[in-house]
Design a protein around this ligand. Structure first.
Ligand code: G16
Length: 641
């Protein structure tokens, strides 16, 4: 059929937002791809042009899916204030279907507006194009496409949003069907959640909850309270309430949240947080000024990669044992840190360690419930997914101490999410950089909801099941939510030892030790968490090399395919390191890999040095530092030939 009106209207929106001043050089083109988390670059006219194209694609995706909501988040997450980016959230609340990524990348690289329209229209099938053509000719009616749009607080967001909305509107004539839902300044996980909810998905949602980001966030406090109340009920039922201190006493010692001056700040302010639970760490700034300093000297990425406290890395006035919880610019990452009272070391509790804490509690909760109702075991198979950036000591701990199956995925939340979903009923996934969540399979959701309906007279199963369900509701099912994760970590710190006692004693037929209760000394719990295992020394470096020349194996990002000379030099150096020993004679286990970043114009080099039996000797940190320096030098020299 004649698709001219559709094609023409898309092309004119694209042309309007594509500056004729753009120089489409090879270097520019090589750098435009749909990367790890969508498009990301300096917020410039090129990105504005891309925004229009993303708007078209999102509306087409929704139209093709019969009008199901599709989301777009405008953010550059952990990147500096002058950057920005766009990512599409698919109808299931997850990242965009992988097959669309290369086509979107191709459309983004085109300068000619009609060619862009053709490229984008090639994303949908002939029948959809026919329906689009008919919709153009038909009188106005119900919305035929729905796009939810969220932005972070960067200064470039309003301009990019205008371009995006124009693109989305362009697939149908005005008043004929593209419904745009402006979520304004909001966190990335809230947009994922809202898209899923708009499409009737959210398997563990509780029935009372209504559909707004405000109630979504308020839910975390409610589920946190419900989890602790149910835990107390289990303990009380088993007669282990300590007489000296009622377990209901409020725990002092709040967590200090570093919101990275991103959108998390607005959310936290609107949540009316209980001061005993949480306080803001960052220096106060007027809301409208935060976006220009987002992630600058603070936030999850700064703390993790610089190993320094937020507040530009200053230790001045930082009290020891403080729990600092750092989010990133769009609120989907979480890193804890704390200054040690005894050693004065600055401990980083990264994504690996957060995962270990959550796995440990989840394992105890499941063990208790399975002990009380054995047939649910088959629906609650627990597993873990990490990336090759995970510290080797964390993998050793989850496999050998917790006995949890642990798999590896490539970087990018979408890859970990898919693997966790495919392999486990209760799938914990985390990147070392703080992205992660816990996913529940349909069977697990059914089991949790059934269990929680156990009549109250069947205690302790009734209370244990309520605890497990409430804890599960702290996890966004579509992508990790940094704020939800703070509640999950804080819940785990308070309850982990009580559930461990229950999980050990109940199946063994032993009584629960007297005095078992919710932790009231959070400093002790924090120390316990830090002492679970010792990280192996590792280094993550950013090399300023042309990332477009680096190619890794598609399903194993730690295997470099190109440039071959670099791959060979790297392999030889790693082999040499693996032949060395520590001062006291322990054989070294060294690992190193390079890959092009999908969010920054750099190449990442990761180096880790451990020992075969896991011992962390005093000289290991120096060995790792020297190895990382040598590797960087060798790679740069080989690359430059
Ligand atoms: C994004 C992705 C993460 C990824 C990170 C770094 O995070 O969502 O999954 O780990 O980029 O990716 P790369 O090493 O390819 O640059 P964020 O927080 O920036 O959205």
């Amino acid at each position: 059929g004649d698709i001219c009106p559709v094609r023409g209207s898309i092309a004119s929106a694209v042309a309007h937002f594509t500056s004729p001043q753009i120089q489409w050089t090879d270097a520019l083109l090589a750098n435009i791809t749909y990367g790890t988390a969508g498009f990301r670059r300096t917020a410039d006219p090129v990105l504005e042009s891309i925004a229009t194209k993303v708007g078209v694609a999102a509306a087409l995706r929704s139209f093709a899916a019969g009008g199901a909501a599709v989301g777009v988040m405008i953010t550059a997450s952990h990147n500096p204030p002058q950057d920005n980016g766009l990512k599409i959230i698919d109808t299931q609340g997850q990242m965009l279907e992988a097959a669309w990524e290369p086509v979107l990348g191709q459309a983004a690289r085109l300068a000619d507006a009609l060619a862009v329209a053709d490229s984008l229209l090639s994303l949908v099938d002939q029948a959809t194009i026919e329906r689009l053509r008919q919709a153009h000719a038909a009188p106005p009616g119900q919305p035929l496409a729905r796009v939810l749009v969220g932005v972070d607080n960067r200064p470039s967001c309003p301009g990019l949003k205008a371009a995006l909305l124009a693109g989305a509107r362009s697939i149908l004539p005005p008043g004929k069907g593209v419904e745009l839902l402006d979520m304004r300044s909001v966190t990335t996980p809230a947009v994922h959640w809202a898209v899923a909810r708009a499409n009737g998905l959210d398997p563990l949602a509780d029935r009372e909850a209504t559909l707004t980001p405000a109630t979504y966030y308020a839910g975390f406090q409610r589920h946190f309270d419900a989890f602790l109340a149910a835990t107390r009920d289990v303990l009380r039922h088993l007669g282990v309430e300590g007489p000296a201190r009622p377990v209901s006493s409020p725990t002092p010692c709040p967590v200090f949240v570093d919101h990275a001056n991103g959108v998390g700040a607005t959310v936290l302010e609107s949540m009316h947080l209980a001061p005993g639970f949480c306080q803001i760490y960052n220096d106060p700034l007027p809301a409208e000024q935060r976006g220009s300093v987002v992630n600058a000297g603070c936030g999850a990425d700064f703390v993790k990669s610089k190993r320094l406290p937020p507040g530009r890395g200053s230790f001045a006035g930082l009290p020891p044992a403080l729990r600092i919880a750092s989010l990133d610019g769009d609120g989907d990452r979480l890193i804890y840190s704390s200054l040690s009272t005894t050693t004065r070391a600055f401990d980083i509790l990264d994504g690996d360690r957060i995962a270990v804490l959550l796995l440990r509690l989840m394992r105890s909760l499941i063990a208790v419930v399975v002990h009380l109702r054995p047939e649910v075991a088959a629906s609650l198979r627990l597993g873990f997914v990490q990336t090759r950036y995970a510290n080797g000591a964390s993998t050793k701990y989850t496999r050998e101490v917790l006995g949890v199956e642990t798999l590896f995925a490539n970087s990018g939340v979408k890859n970990l999410h898919a693997l966790a979903e495919r392999h486990f009923d209760v799938g914990v996934y985390f990147e070392a950089n703080g992205h992660g969540t816990v996913l529940f399979s349909p069977a697990a959701c059914r089991a949790l909801l059934d269990l929680a309906a156990t009549p109250a007279d069947q205690a302790p199963l009734h209370h244990a099941a309520r605890a497990l369900l409430s804890f599960s509701r702290l996890f966004n099912q579509f992508t990790g939510d940094g704020i939800g994760l703070i509640y999950a970590v804080e819940a785990a710190l308070r309850a982990q030892e009580a559930w461990r006692a229950l999980a050990t004693c109940l199946p063994a037929g032993q009584g629960i030790p007297p005095g078992t209760e919710l932790a009231s000394d959070l400093d002790v719990e924090l120390r316990r968490w830090i002492d679970l295992y010792r990280d192996w020394p590792s280094h993550l470096q950013s090399l300023k090399l042309d990332r477009t020349k680096f190619l890794t194996s598609p399903d194993q990002e730690d295997v470099l395919c190109q440039p071959t000379e670099v791959a060979q030099a790297l392999a030889a150096e790693v082999a040499r390191l693996n032949g060395l020993k520590t001062r006291c004679g322990l054989p070294l286990v060294a690992r190193a890999f390079v890959r092009p970043s999908g969010t920054e114009d750099i190449v990442r080099l990761f180096t880790e040095v451990g020992t075969a039996d896991g011992t962390v000797t005093g000289d290991l940190a120096d060995i790792c530092h020297d190895a990382a320096t040598d590797l960087a030098r060798i790679i740069e020299a080989t690359f430059r030939g």
